[in-house]
Write a protein that binds this ligand. Structure first.
Ligand code: SF4
Ligand code: SF4
Length: 318
């Protein structure tokens, strides 16, 4: 199976350990292997849509701000929206994180061919690229392209690299990188091969740093960093998460509570009319989420006082 890209920033220790057992990229990162930012990369995506989006052996994790951008990308693309609705595709799957006890969202892979289960699976956003004049039948160009390209998560943006960070910063230097896949983008396209618009063959002077600077969206990075370093700790401090096998200290034991928190975390406001406002709206929403546990704790304490129970002393923002 193809090894997917990895952005281990949303994973806690239990998830990392489990993932390392089946993913050599995570093992390499945990073992301290990495490639220097100034090492040559010599990579140019050829739009084949194969190794990065097909038969992935581990899930792609989506943080709430990444989910917001994906939801808005679908809302703004009627063709993609109709495609997902017609096929009945539920693109996300939720589970409970072993480290935080909070909900984790992953992309739900779909069969490549519903009639042939052996054909494997793919990301539901992978779209075949067709060509041909209006007089001809559309013909597949041997290319597939991400249907949510501008909103794709960082994991996908940095492919063919994987990364792991200490969480103490957003700069490129805060992370360690490994090459996660030697996909076709490391070879120049041959004459006659279909290539994406603006394709130039890989060249010797491209470094890991130059590639990352061209791929990473700094606003998306700021949103993700805020969620991981501000919102998650606020929920964990308030002890509103649910206990799991690895973490028995949660105070709300009902799975329903986690589903409610999941709905809060992964239900962003509607897309702004002007996409240039996306970042501002997401940051405002993340700030409200960071403060939300305080409000919930306050409501719970008032309810307990009214019912004569002792209010709990803990809770609040770090
Ligand atoms: S060249 Fe590599 S990164 Fe680009 S679409 Fe193909 S497999 Fe994915
Ligand atoms: S979100 Fe886009 S880039 Fe990422 S796996 Fe899916 S189709 Fe590929």
């Amino acid at each position: 199976m193809t090894q997917p890209n990895v952005d281990a920033s949303a994973l806690g220790i239990p998830e990392l350990t489990q993932r390392a057992a089946r993913d050599p990229i995570v093992r390499a990162l945990l073992n301290g292997e990495s490639t220097s930012l100034d090492a040559p990369l010599n990579f140019q995506c050829r739009g084949c849509g194969q190794h990065c989006c097909v038969n992935l052996s581990t899930p792609i994790l989506i943080t709430p701000p990444e989910a917001a951008r994906i939801l808005w990308a679908i809302e703004r693309n009627p063709e993609l929206k109709a495609f997902l609705e017609q096929k009945g595709i539920r693109w996300g799957a939720m589970s409970i994180g072993g480290s935080t006890g909070l909900p984790l969202l992953t992309i739900n892979y779909v069969p490549i061919n519903t009639k042939n289960p052996d054909a494997g699976h793919q990301c539901p956003f992978l779209m075949p690229v067709f060509g041909g004049s209006p007089d001809e039948e559309p013909r597949w160009l041997g290319m597939a392209w991400c249907g949510i390209r501008a909103a794709r998560p960082t994991t996908c943006r940095i492919f063919p690299l994987g990364r792991m960070g200490s969480g103490d910063g957003n700069a490129l230097e805060s992370w360690r990188y490994v090459i996660a896949s030697h996909c076709p983008g490391f070879e120049p396209a041959k004459p006659g091969d279909a290539v994406p618009p603006g394709y130039t063959p890989p060249h010797d002077s491209q470094t890991v740093r130059a590639f990352l600077e061209g791929q990473i969206d700094t606003q998306q990075e700021e949103e993700k960093h805020f969620y991981l370093t501000q919102v998650i700790p606020a929920f964990m401090n308030a002890k509103l998460y649910a206990p799991t096998e690895d973490n028995e200290n949660g105070t709300l034991t009902e799975r329903d509570a986690v589903m409610i928190i999941g709905a809060l975390l992964y239900s962003p406001p509607s897309a702004p009319r002007d996409p240039a406002s996306d970042h501002v709206l997401i940051m405002e929403w993340l700030n409200r989420m960071r403060d939300m546990p305080l409000t919930i704790v306050d409501v719970l304490q008032k309810a307990r006082r009214m019912s004569g129970e002792q209010p709990q002393a803990d809770g609040g923002r770090p």
